[in-house]
Structures are given as C-alpha cells and as structure tokens.
Design a binder for this molecule. Structure first.
Ligand code: RI2
Length: 319
C-alpha cells in the first residue's frame, strides 16, 4: 500500500484556522491558503517529483475542504497548482515558491487598486453603511480617507459572529466616526446613509453577489430608499464554475453560533438554521468595484470570461 502524502503541520493548522474562522474574509483566506502551499513546497522532503506533486495536491484538497462559499479559496489553489512546473523536486519547489509570492503580491496590489477605484464613488460628507467585515470594502474607505474625503459610517454588528466589531475598530483607527447599530436597525438607519458598501465571497456569472447573510435584504431596502449599493470585490471573487451553470454552495455553520445550549434547552425542541451567506440578485446592486474597474453587475461576466475562459479544472484532484 502507498503511504498517504506527508503534509506540513502548517497546512493542517491553516485549514483548521480557516474552518474555525480565526482566519476569515475571502481575500485573507486565499492569501493564507497560498502561503500554506508555499510552506508545504519549501519544507517538503519528497524524494521524487511525483511525490512532491501528490503532496501539493493533498495539501490543496485539505485547504479546499474547509469552507465552501468563498471562491477565492479554490481560485487561489488553482492558481498556485497551475504554476507548478519542473522535472525534479528542486524545479517544482522553486516554481511553487515563485507562484505563491506572485499570487500574494498581486492580491495586495489588486486590493490597493480596487480601493482607489472604489474611493472615486465616495464624496466628502458621505455616510456609508457597512455589513460584516470586508478588507476589499475597507480598502475603498481607506483610499478615500487618504484622499482627504470626510466620511461617516453606520456599522451593522452582523450577527451571529459580530464581524461588524472588526469593521468598527478599523474605521476608528482611520479616524472615521462610527455609529454601531444592531442588524434589525438597518432599515431605519438607511435613511441617513448615502451608500451601502459590502464585500463579496463569490460573484456569479449573472452578477449575483454572494455575501454575508443579511446582505440581500439590506440591498433591497437600500435600493428602495435610493441608497447606492456598492460591492467591493477583487476579481479573485469571480466564480468561474457559474459560467457553466453551477450554483454557489452556501455554507451552513454550527447551531452554536446562533444560540447557546442552555438557552436552547430552556426554549424547548427547536430547529436552528445558520446559513453564513445569501445571494443578492444583480438588480439590487449599482456597481461591482474590482481592481480592473467598476462594472454594472450584469456585465461582470465579460471580465470573468477574460480571466478564466471556460476553465474550471480542479488540479488538486488525483489525475
Ligand atoms: P474580503 C466575509 O465572510 C464577508 O462575507 C465579507 O464580505 C467577505 O468575506 C469578503 O471579505 P466571512 O469569512 O475578502 O466573515 O473583502 O464568513 O476581506
């Protein structure tokens, strides 16, 4: 019997941290997964090219299985594995290290570029409502603040995991005045907002935006009130499989994020549902801001075809 590929502990640790959401946010997950593949390659003691390749595929499979919705994760793994080339271990190792370094620096650069484009939509005195915590959305606010644009923010706490607290803290570090509100207050506070600014975990070929649960209803309310809906999403959030009709899988997380055991027992026999994401149809979105410019949601498919073609291969599967 052949031995299972030997994986670096950092691969297991990174996979656990992504699954537990200690590492979270679509771009950050992609970056961490690429870094883990880099470590696997750097420290591998594989004695043949075939074993090295099998290790990288196994590492990518473990990382891939952590969370299903953010397409940045499979996009990152595909990018790194498709850059793996060479006839011996040293050539393969160097190619993976090079590809990982390029991927990570492109990711940073894309976010900076996207931020500057998004900042162009924000004007002095604007009030921005946020949902969850998105590094792409934050990049737009950060670039605007750097330009001297005065903004205020209404930050939704974003149950069940309260990622709004991260957004609130980072906005205060930028000097942006913050009003923190419970999720149920969003409709009321949209009266005071000029923009709804959110990130994305995946964007489908028809321009639908998959993002933190609550985004869809919020976007409907925002459009109803004439508040602009802006989605900040690097092109790594484009979901190539949706070009061929696949649906984006919505992650269902543990009941314990919604209710603790004692309260649940006090209530009695109930079902608990905890979908982490929802789908906002393109008609409720004004613009998707990427590092390649801003797009009306219906035309994002053009960028998707340019970047991915029809390629939806999964190089982490065994050949
Ligand atoms: P960036 C997050 O998901 C949020 O839904 C956020 O909008 C999205 O990832 C994108 O984040 P989670 O990991 O890539 O908190 O813009 O479940 O940082």
């Amino acid at each position: 019997m052949t031995e299972p590929p030997s994986l670096h502990p950092e691969v297991h640790e990174t996979a656990d941290r992504i699954a537990e959401m200690e590492v979270r946010g679509a771009a950050t997950i992609a970056d961490a997964a690429a870094a883990a593949l880099g470590t696997q390659a750097a420290d591998s003691d594989a004695e043949s090219a075939a074993v090295f390749r099998a290790e990288l595929r196994a590492a990518a499979r473990e990382l891939h299985e952590t969370r299903p919705t953010a397409v940045s994760l499979p996009n990152a793994l595909r990018y790194v594995l498709s850059g793996m080339e060479g006839d011996n271990v040293e050539e393969l190792r160097r190619s993976v290290e090079r590809t990982v370094a390029r991927f990570r620096s492109d990711l940073d650069e894309a976010q900076d570029r996207l931020g500057r484009i998004g900042a162009g939509r924000l004007s002095d005195g604007d009030v921005v409502m946020t949902h969850c915590h998105s590094t792409d959305a934050m990049a737009c606010i950060e670039a605007a603040v750097e330009d001297g644009t005065e903004l205020e923010a209404i930050v939704k706490e974003t149950r069940p995991r309260n990622q709004g607290h991260i957004t609130a803290r980072q906005l205060r570090e930028l000097g942006v005045p913050v009003t923190l509100v419970v999720d149920n207050a969003a409709h009321r506070f949209l009266d005071d907002a000029d923009h709804l600014l959110v990130g994305a975990d995946s964007i489908a070929a028809d321009g639908s935006v998959v993002n933190k649960i609550g985004t869809a209803g919020l976007a409907v309310s925002a459009r109803d009130r004439g508040v602009e809906v802006m989605v900040a999403a690097q092109s790594i959030k484009l979901h190539p499989k949706t070009l061929t009709g696949a649906a984006v899988e919505i992650e269902q997380r543990d009941d314990s994020e919604v209710i603790d055991e004692k309260t649940r027992a006090d209530i009695g026999d109930i079902e608990v549902a905890n979908p982490a994401f929802d789908v906002t149809p393109p008609r409720h979105v004004d613009a998707i801001v990427t590092e390649r410019g801003q797009f009306p949601p219906e035309s994002v498919v053009v960028l998707m075809r340019e970047l991915f073609g029809e390629s939806v291969d999964e190089p982490w599967q065994e050949p």
